[in-house]
Design a protein around this ligand. Structure first.
Ligand code: SF4
Length: 414
């Protein structure tokens, strides 16, 4: 049977998709890159905010209506199913099967009669995501993730190491640690934070050159983690630290569990690390955000602490605590969002200028018209890219290259 998988949403979903496909791939199943040429397609969905749900619905609609292949069997799984199962079932009656996140074993059995989700087929070159936890117990007031994924659950330490070892044997050079709150890893399972021991153990894998931490939380980051980032040669001097806002009143309404002082003290310590690059994400237009509170956020970001900045306009999601708060008009949310986008562009351009004419290690991870890679200070597919003008470099390898040009968020190298 010819089978395709469409993975939507975040890297955590991609890891689930790789595990599903890894288990299904075998004698009776041929993997097919184009769903329209396959007999069966799995859509692993995202649905944590409205644009993600819209994308999910568009993909389902498009594949169900595929003129090229009207016999295509469509199976749908993932976050959107957990959040909107009843509505989606009503809308898309021709879907062959719906599977919640916790039912992915049943999905595998339905398609191939196999008994368990048992392997992983890595779909990226050079780097791979390593999911160390899932779910979240922070319950930020705007966030749907705890209701979709449940409470925070750390993965088993030894199983993570085993998975990382297997990835390293496949030629993976960079491990990217993901979870909703990676800096809290271990607390629920082992009664203490275990990220530092995990980083030390992963660093022993001979083929692994870089380890990157995404989704750190300013509430759970501590001096031990900061010291490990500073001292461990394999850990990228890079941290993704979503702050979401900086004004104390808004942070409290968001239920972030930190105030401006705490965020500043974490940043103060992190910025002592030589060569550190920081990424953050913020939400603007949160209910009741005043012009002055927005200005406080703008001015804070304008200080230039962050090398990479992700910006979300506030989406009012049913089922969240902020849903019933007094909402701002859409025009205000949009205009604040646009202001931050302009700031983002300027800040990233300024930061990137530092790299011009420098020789930097670049991990080549994609082949398009040019080769695409990333440095230790860029997370692939999230921050800017390095476009490499050379055909001789191999995918999945690290090369020291000279940065010759900068354009927007991207660097060019030869
Ligand atoms: S930390 Fe907050 S925003 Fe992030 S997943 Fe958990 S509840 Fe959602």
């Amino acid at each position: 049977m010819k089978l395709a998988l469409v993975s939507l949403g975040c890297p955590k979903n991609l890891v689930d998709s790789e595990k599903i496909i890894g288990c299904l791939a075998g004698a009776d199943i041929e993997l097919c890159p184009d769903p329209r040429n396959s007999e069966c397609v799995i859509i692993n969905t995202c649905g944590f905010i409205k644009p993600a749900l819209d994308e999910t619905e568009n993909v389902i609609k498009e594949l169900l209506g595929s003129e090229k292949n009207s016999m295509l069997r469509v199976y749908v799984t993932g976050c959107a199913v957990n959040r909107f199962e009843a509505e989606l079932k009503k809308k898309f009656k021709r879907v062959a099967g719906w599977f919640r996140l916790e039912e992915q074993k049943r999905l595998v059995q339905t398609i191939s009669k196999k008994n368990s989700v048992c392997a992983r087929l890595c779909s990226t070159y050079g780097y791979a995501y390593l999911k160390i936890a899932d779910g979240c117990s922070n319950h930020c007031s705007y966030c749907t993730i705890p209701s979709i994924k449940g409470e925070y659950k750390s993965a088993d330490f030894d199983r993570i190491i085993k998975e990382a070892y297997e990835l390293s044997r496949l030629g993976i050079k960079e491990l990217i640690l993901i979870g909703q709150d990676t800096t809290n890893y271990g607390v629920d399972r082992y009664g203490e934070k275990m990220l530092v021991p995990l980083l030390r153990e992963l660093s022993k894998l001979r083929n692994i050159a870089w380890i990157r931490i995404l989704y750190a939380h300013p509430k759970s980051i501590d001096p031990q983690i900061i010291n490990e980032i500073a001292d461990n040669q394999k850990v990228c001097k890079y941290l993704d630290l979503p702050i979401q806002h900086i004004n104390d009143r808004i942070l409290k309404l968001m239920n972030r569990g930190v105030n401006r002082k705490k965020i500043e003290s974490v940043l103060h310590e992190l910025l002592k690390i030589k060569g550190i690059s920081l990424r953050t994400t913020v939400i603007t237009g949160f209910p009741t955000e005043t012009a002055d509170e927005f200005k406080e956020l703008y001015n804070f970001l304008n200080n230039g602490y962050f090398d990479w900045l992700g910006i979300f306009p506030y989406y009012n999601e049913p089922g969240t605590r902020s849903f019933i708060m007094e909402q701002l008009p859409e025009e205000i949310i949009d205009s604040r969002y646009r202001k931050l986008l302009r700031l983002q562009k300027r800040l990233i351009r300024t930061k990137n200028r530092r790299y011009l004419n420098r020789k930097l290690p670049v991990l080549i991870h994609h082949k398009a018209k040019t080769l695409i890679g990333h440095t230790r200070f860029q997370s692939p597919d999230i921050d800017g890219q390095v476009r490499v003008r050379s055909r001789e470099k191999a995918l999945g390898k690290i090369y020291k290259l000279r940065i010759t040009r900068i354009s927007g968020a991207n660097l060019y190298a030869i």
